[in-house]
Design a binder for this molecule. Sequence first.
Ligand code: FAD
Length: 386
Amino acid sequence: ATPRVVVVGGGFAGATAAKYLKLWGANNVEVILVEPNASYISPILSNLVVTGQMSLSSLTFSYTQLLSYGITHEQDSVKTIDKTGKILYLESGKQLTYDRLILAPGMELEAITGLDNNLVPHAWKAGPQTTLLQEQLSAMNAGDTFVMTIPKAPYRCPPGPYERACVVADYLARNKPGSKVIVLDANANIIVEETTFSAQFANYGITYVPNSTVTSVDSTAKSVTVDQNGTPKTYMAKVLNVIPNQTAGQIILDSGLANDSSGKWAMVNPLSYESTAAANIHVIGDSQATSQPKAGHIANSEAKVCALAVLQLLAGGQPYSQPVTNSACYSPLSSTTATWLSGVYRYNATTQTMDLQVVKSAPTPSTQYFSEMRDWAGNLFADTFK
Ligand code: FAD
């Protein structure tokens, strides 16, 4: 029988894996994509939806084109995994067997006391949360205060929260004069592109407070209490944007695959992305615990390494021994300027890890980078969903 690969999650990681399994495996593999949604909404560029510059529909991708490669879309969620029997139990009650399983469920946001996302959005998964934050921002009055919190690393998209602070501050400066932006960071400092972001924060007059760990939220009063090196402090906001700490997707936690030292992310062999906790199960994208960042561009890159390795393993061979992946994060800093950060990772056979070989970032933000950002995103969207 034709071997069956089931891919769980149709984001940057899963959609790319499903597509390249069929492109490279053709009729030698059956590919089923389990994903509850009919279309995908990209978090990439979604900060420009928050400021009203882009529409959510322009970041929405239907799976129709992807399916034309010969992939079957099972519009459902995986509830549990029988790792020994190689069976998936879906939300609908249906069961699916697999020869190899690729899990790409993204990340999960941790609970915070008092946090109600219907009142205080995270907007870290794109969709209704993005729209809610956009509506709250546009309803602010001149002179109001926007408070946002940044999770403890590692989290999805290292520059993303700093980028959000900048585009929100730019929007407020143009539309709601005299408004304030306060950034409460759980980390000890700006974790990426520090020179660029701290210069921008100074330009915009953003108040940046590092070492601020969220302890509770009053969602109705729009206040957040943080622990600052042992001292509690409460901040009041007109609009409060709390981005909680993150873990691997729920199915990874529930299946006992979050086996790194924090117990939150899935350790894998970077040659194949096979879990170190379970045979025949591969984990790519935000949920994996390699040295690579949790980001969409590199999720697409990991997916190709994984898809090729799975095809090689199904054919009785071994995965390619020298994989190279790359990452790119473009960050808008205003409605017309952007910066970027990119990295190349190469497999180190001695340590069996992906080592950062080259890291580069924009020397200074520019309007040219803003236009390149649209081209870069367009290419990534097309390579993943079309
Ligand atoms: P996701 O894209 O979250 O996809 C996971 C999918 O799995 C979802 O569709 C979900 O429905 C599905 N799923 C979950 N559980 C199950 C289940 N049990 N059964 C079936 N399906 C399931 N990255 C970059 O590279 N560059 C950038 O410039 C960049 N900018 C960003 C800006 C912002 C504001 C944000 C928030 C993120 C940004 N990112 C960027 C990060 C990027 O969006 C994520 O890292 C990327 O989406 C992760 O891809 P993924 O496939 O792992 O997860």
